[in-house]
Design a protein around this ligand. Structure first.
Ligand code: DLZ
Length: 158
Protein backbone atom coordinates (compact mmCIF):
# COMPACT_ATOMS: atom_id res chain seq x y z
CA UNK A 1 0.00 0.00 0.00
CA UNK A 2 1.39 3.38 -0.95
CA UNK A 3 2.80 5.42 1.87
CA UNK A 4 0.94 8.67 2.13
CA UNK A 5 2.31 9.65 5.48
CA UNK A 6 2.99 13.34 5.84
CA UNK A 7 4.61 15.37 8.51
CA UNK A 8 3.71 18.86 9.50
CA UNK A 9 6.43 20.39 7.38
CA UNK A 10 4.35 19.49 4.33
CA UNK A 11 1.47 21.49 5.74
CA UNK A 12 1.08 25.01 6.98
CA UNK A 13 3.80 26.10 9.40
CA UNK A 14 1.10 27.50 11.67
CA UNK A 15 0.07 25.77 14.88
CA UNK A 16 3.14 23.51 15.07
CA UNK A 17 4.43 22.67 18.51
CA UNK A 18 6.24 19.98 20.50
CA UNK A 19 3.68 17.21 21.05
CA UNK A 20 5.93 14.85 23.01
CA UNK A 21 4.00 15.62 26.19
CA UNK A 22 0.56 15.36 24.62
CA UNK A 23 -1.76 12.40 25.07
CA UNK A 24 -3.93 11.16 22.24
CA UNK A 25 -6.87 8.79 22.14
CA UNK A 26 -7.59 7.02 18.87
CA UNK A 27 -11.10 5.59 18.63
CA UNK A 28 -11.42 3.01 15.86
CA UNK A 29 -14.70 1.65 14.46
CA UNK A 30 -14.68 -2.07 13.69
CA UNK A 31 -17.11 -1.80 10.77
CA UNK A 32 -15.22 -1.95 7.45
CA UNK A 33 -12.19 -3.10 9.39
CA UNK A 34 -9.77 -3.29 6.46
CA UNK A 35 -10.35 0.41 5.88
CA UNK A 36 -10.35 1.55 9.49
CA UNK A 37 -7.16 -0.40 10.28
CA UNK A 38 -5.41 1.51 7.49
CA UNK A 39 -6.79 4.76 8.87
CA UNK A 40 -5.44 3.79 12.29
CA UNK A 41 -2.01 2.90 10.90
CA UNK A 42 -1.85 6.22 9.07
CA UNK A 43 -2.88 8.23 12.12
CA UNK A 44 -0.49 6.36 14.43
CA UNK A 45 2.50 6.69 12.11
CA UNK A 46 1.81 10.35 11.52
CA UNK A 47 1.57 11.14 15.23
CA UNK A 48 4.84 9.31 15.91
CA UNK A 49 6.58 10.93 12.96
CA UNK A 50 5.59 14.33 14.31
CA UNK A 51 6.95 13.73 17.81
CA UNK A 52 4.24 11.98 19.81
CA UNK A 53 5.39 9.26 22.22
CA UNK A 54 3.95 5.77 21.69
CA UNK A 55 3.12 5.44 25.39
CA UNK A 56 1.02 8.60 25.15
CA UNK A 57 -1.28 7.15 22.49
CA UNK A 58 -4.27 5.08 23.60
CA UNK A 59 -6.34 3.00 21.18
CA UNK A 60 -9.96 2.04 21.85
CA UNK A 61 -12.25 0.14 19.47
CA UNK A 62 -15.99 0.66 19.09
CA UNK A 63 -18.36 -1.63 17.15
CA UNK A 64 -19.45 0.90 14.51
CA UNK A 65 -19.15 4.54 13.56
CA UNK A 66 -22.36 5.34 15.40
CA UNK A 67 -20.56 4.45 18.63
CA UNK A 68 -17.63 6.79 17.95
CA UNK A 69 -19.44 9.61 19.74
CA UNK A 70 -19.74 7.79 23.04
CA UNK A 71 -16.23 6.40 22.73
CA UNK A 72 -14.99 9.94 22.12
CA UNK A 73 -16.88 11.20 25.16
CA UNK A 74 -15.40 8.50 27.40
CA UNK A 75 -11.92 9.48 26.29
CA UNK A 76 -12.43 13.25 26.18
CA UNK A 77 -13.71 13.32 29.74
CA UNK A 78 -10.35 11.99 30.93
CA UNK A 79 -8.40 15.04 32.02
CA UNK A 80 -5.07 13.59 30.85
CA UNK A 81 -6.25 13.20 27.24
CA UNK A 82 -5.36 16.22 25.09
CA UNK A 83 -6.98 15.20 21.81
CA UNK A 84 -9.28 12.49 20.50
CA UNK A 85 -9.21 11.16 16.95
CA UNK A 86 -12.25 9.25 15.70
CA UNK A 87 -11.72 6.85 12.79
CA UNK A 88 -14.53 5.14 10.90
CA UNK A 89 -15.94 4.30 7.50
CA UNK A 90 -19.61 4.40 6.54
CA UNK A 91 -20.21 3.05 3.04
CA UNK A 92 -23.25 4.51 1.36
CA UNK A 93 -24.21 1.49 -0.71
CA UNK A 94 -24.32 -0.79 2.27
CA UNK A 95 -26.83 0.94 4.47
CA UNK A 96 -30.07 2.82 4.29
CA UNK A 97 -28.94 4.29 7.58
CA UNK A 98 -26.03 6.07 5.90
CA UNK A 99 -27.37 9.59 6.42
CA UNK A 100 -28.50 8.89 9.97
CA UNK A 101 -25.15 7.43 10.99
CA UNK A 102 -23.11 10.16 9.27
CA UNK A 103 -25.23 12.98 10.70
CA UNK A 104 -25.26 11.45 14.16
CA UNK A 105 -21.51 10.91 14.34
CA UNK A 106 -20.64 14.31 12.84
CA UNK A 107 -22.93 16.13 15.27
CA UNK A 108 -21.99 13.88 18.16
CA UNK A 109 -18.25 14.34 17.73
CA UNK A 110 -18.68 18.09 17.31
CA UNK A 111 -20.62 18.28 20.55
CA UNK A 112 -18.06 16.24 22.47
CA UNK A 113 -15.30 18.61 21.39
CA UNK A 114 -17.32 21.62 22.48
CA UNK A 115 -18.38 20.01 25.76
CA UNK A 116 -14.85 19.07 26.82
CA UNK A 117 -13.11 21.98 25.11
CA UNK A 118 -10.52 19.85 23.38
CA UNK A 119 -9.92 18.68 19.81
CA UNK A 120 -12.12 15.75 18.81
CA UNK A 121 -11.32 14.99 15.20
CA UNK A 122 -13.69 13.61 12.56
CA UNK A 123 -11.71 10.97 10.69
CA UNK A 124 -14.69 9.20 9.19
CA UNK A 125 -14.82 8.24 5.52
CA UNK A 126 -18.23 8.43 3.83
CA UNK A 127 -17.58 6.86 0.40
CA UNK A 128 -19.97 5.29 -2.10
CA UNK A 129 -18.17 1.95 -2.08
CA UNK A 130 -15.22 0.06 -0.64
CA UNK A 131 -12.87 0.93 -3.49
CA UNK A 132 -13.38 4.64 -2.85
CA UNK A 133 -12.78 3.95 0.82
CA UNK A 134 -9.51 2.09 0.23
CA UNK A 135 -8.38 4.85 -2.14
CA UNK A 136 -8.65 7.21 0.86
CA UNK A 137 -7.17 4.83 3.41
CA UNK A 138 -3.61 4.59 2.17
CA UNK A 139 -4.44 4.38 -1.54
CA UNK A 140 -4.25 6.83 -4.42
CA UNK A 141 -6.10 9.60 -2.62
CA UNK A 142 -3.93 9.48 0.50
CA UNK A 143 -4.91 8.48 3.98
CA UNK A 144 -7.62 10.28 5.92
CA UNK A 145 -6.02 8.85 9.08
CA UNK A 146 -2.88 10.91 8.39
CA UNK A 147 -4.99 14.00 7.87
CA UNK A 148 -6.95 13.40 11.06
CA UNK A 149 -3.71 13.11 13.06
CA UNK A 150 -2.29 16.28 11.53
CA UNK A 151 -5.53 18.12 12.26
CA UNK A 152 -5.31 17.09 15.92
CA UNK A 153 -1.72 18.30 16.18
CA UNK A 154 -2.56 21.61 14.54
CA UNK A 155 -5.51 22.18 16.85
CA UNK A 156 -3.29 21.53 19.88
CA UNK A 157 -1.09 24.37 18.68
CA UNK A 158 -4.00 26.77 18.23
C1 DLZ B 1 -25.46 -0.93 10.98
C2 DLZ B 1 -24.31 -0.38 10.23
C3 DLZ B 1 -24.32 -0.38 8.83
C4 DLZ B 1 -25.44 -0.95 8.04
N1 DLZ B 1 -23.28 0.11 8.12
C5 DLZ B 1 -22.23 0.63 8.78
C6 DLZ B 1 -21.12 1.18 8.07
O1 DLZ B 1 -21.03 1.19 6.83
N2 DLZ B 1 -20.09 1.70 8.81
C7 DLZ B 1 -20.10 1.73 10.18
O2 DLZ B 1 -19.14 2.23 10.78
N3 DLZ B 1 -21.13 1.21 10.86
C8 DLZ B 1 -22.18 0.67 10.21
N4 DLZ B 1 -23.23 0.14 10.90
C9 DLZ B 1 -23.12 0.03 12.39
C10 DLZ B 1 -23.52 1.31 13.14
O3 DLZ B 1 -22.49 2.26 13.10
C11 DLZ B 1 -23.78 0.94 14.62
O4 DLZ B 1 -22.69 0.21 15.13
C12 DLZ B 1 -25.05 0.10 14.80
O5 DLZ B 1 -26.15 0.76 14.21
C13 DLZ B 1 -25.35 -0.12 16.30
O6 DLZ B 1 -25.57 1.12 16.97
Amino acid sequence: MASTQKNLSQHSEKNIQDISGKKFALIVSEWNEEVTESLFQGAMETLLKNGAIKGNIIRKNVPGSFELTLGAQWMAQEEEIDAVICLGCVIQGETKHFDFICDAVANGITNVGIKYNKPVIFGVLTPDNQKQALDRAGGKHGNKGDEAAITAVKMLGF
